[in-house]
Write a protein that binds this ligand. Structure first.
Ligand SMILES: Nc1ncnc2c1ncn2[C@@H]1O[C@H](COP(=O)(O)OS(=O)(=O)O)[C@@H](OP(=O)(O)O)[C@H]1O
Length: 358
């Protein structure tokens, strides 16, 4: 080696070593970041925030602290990141490596009504690429509120930018505390209520209970408090759930009417594409689910999906959806119809929509 080569090695040697070192550290950083992301830790970086409402809310009611350890109380309206801790799925050891997106609180919830057609609506919505929904009913705002909002969020599917997270739990509509709790999660939550003729709904509800307890007394013996006087028993849940106006009033103390969409359970059967058009508009997503997605299954007597989510084969809802109802004496049904009439009218008046049940 000549003198000039020795000189070059002397001058550039330390520089080469430096650049090697910086490449090494950059790689190390990259690998560490990738490792963390693949294990779900990146979820805690882009924080979905929600507003913690004042301890005393606008209507003077005290707001609750869900699973108190998760959310600190706030004396004024302020933003609170809610995803510091790792999700329950992770702590339960469920591998979520190689998954994308993050778990967010639902921006839209199907809050009711039981036996209204809520499963059909959710399954139809799941066909939409911009909707991701929990399959099972989480029952967070009625049964599991003590588990805290972090637990609730961990149940949600991962969503990418622009996708909507959804869930359905029909019992929320009649749960006294649910409006306040949902409001506490986010006042911007969109609320969908699938409503169905309360008389048919009551019979459907009874049919479901009967399928689980075959020894159940007859519908007519449960529906009356005093059969001779024709007094309806409003303490029976199958009757109470159908007084929609009353339940809606509790929700309207927290949410304006514009935050609700009322889906007709009847139209969801006779014109699923039409009703889905309204739902997609309300959610602010493209009308992707159209009449092309449905076919009418003659055996089932209901519309079914040509290609449900995650399948390329046509599928109808299960046996417990769309089952035959027992025969109820017509005078019993007429009496029940009379009972609901004023409540239905009130409901039409509040919602500005005549559902045609009378
Ligand atoms: N496409 C389609 N297929 C099957 N069933 C359909 C469909 N669309 C609406 N429905 C009606 O949905 C009723 C059940 O309502 P829900 O899903 O809200 O019930 S539940 O509260 O979740 O148990 C169910 O009530 P029943 O007829 O009493 O079984 C159906 O009438």
């Amino acid at each position: 080696m000549g003198w000039s080569k020795w000189r070059a090695a002397f001058i550039f040697g330390p520089l080469k070593a430096q650049s090697k070192l910086s490449v090494f550290f950059t790689m190390l950083l990259l690998f560490t970041y990738l490792f963390y992301c693949l294990n779900g830790y990146c979820d805690s970086l882009p924080t979905p925030v929600y507003y913690v409402h004042r301890t005393v809310s606008h209507d003077g009611l005290r707001t609750e602290q869900p699973g108190a350890r998760n959310v600190s109380s706030a004396s004024s309206v302020r933003q609170q990141p809610l995803n510091r801790s790792r999700s329950a799925a992770q702590s339960a050891g469920i591998s979520i490596a190689n998954s994308f997106g993050s778990k967010k609180f639902p921006q839209a919830v199907i809050i009711g009504v039981k036996k209204g057609g809520t499963r059909a609506l959710l399954e139809f919505l799941r066909v939409h690429p911009d909707v991701r929904a929990v399959g099972a009913e989480p029952h967070f705002f009625d049964r599991f509120y003590d588990k805290g909002l972090e637990w609730y969020r961990s149940l949600m599917p991962r969503t990418l930018e622009g996708q909507i997270t959804m869930e359905k739990t029909p019992s929320y509509f009649i749960t006294k505390e649910a409006p306040r709790r949902v409001f506490f999660m986010s006042r911007h939550t969109k609320l969908i209520v699938v409503v169905r003729d309360p008389v048919t709904r009551a019979v459907s509800d009874y049919t479901q209970t009967l399928s689980k307890s075959p020894g159940l007394p007859s519908f007519q013996s449960l529906v009356f408090r005093n059969a001779t006087a024709g007094l309806i028993d409003t303490s029976w849940s199958a009757v109470r759930i159908g007084i929609y106006a009353k339940h809606l009033e509790s929700w309207l103390r927290y949410f304006p009417l514009s935050r609700f969409l009322f889906v007709s359970g009847e139209r969801l059967v006779t014109d699923p594409a039409g009703e889905m058009g309204r739902v997609q508009d309300f959610l602010g997503i493209k009308r992707v689910v159209t009449d092309k997605h449905f076919y009418f299954n003659q055996t089932k007597g209901f519309p079914c999906l040509k290609k449900p989510e995650g399948s390329s084969r046509p599928r109808c809802l299960g046996k417990s959806k769309g089952r035959p109802h027992p025969q109820i004496p017509s005078e019993v049904l007429l009496r029940l119809r009379d009972f609901y009439r004023p409540f239905n009218l009130k409901f039409y008046q509040i919602t500005g929509h005549d559902f045609g049940w009378n």
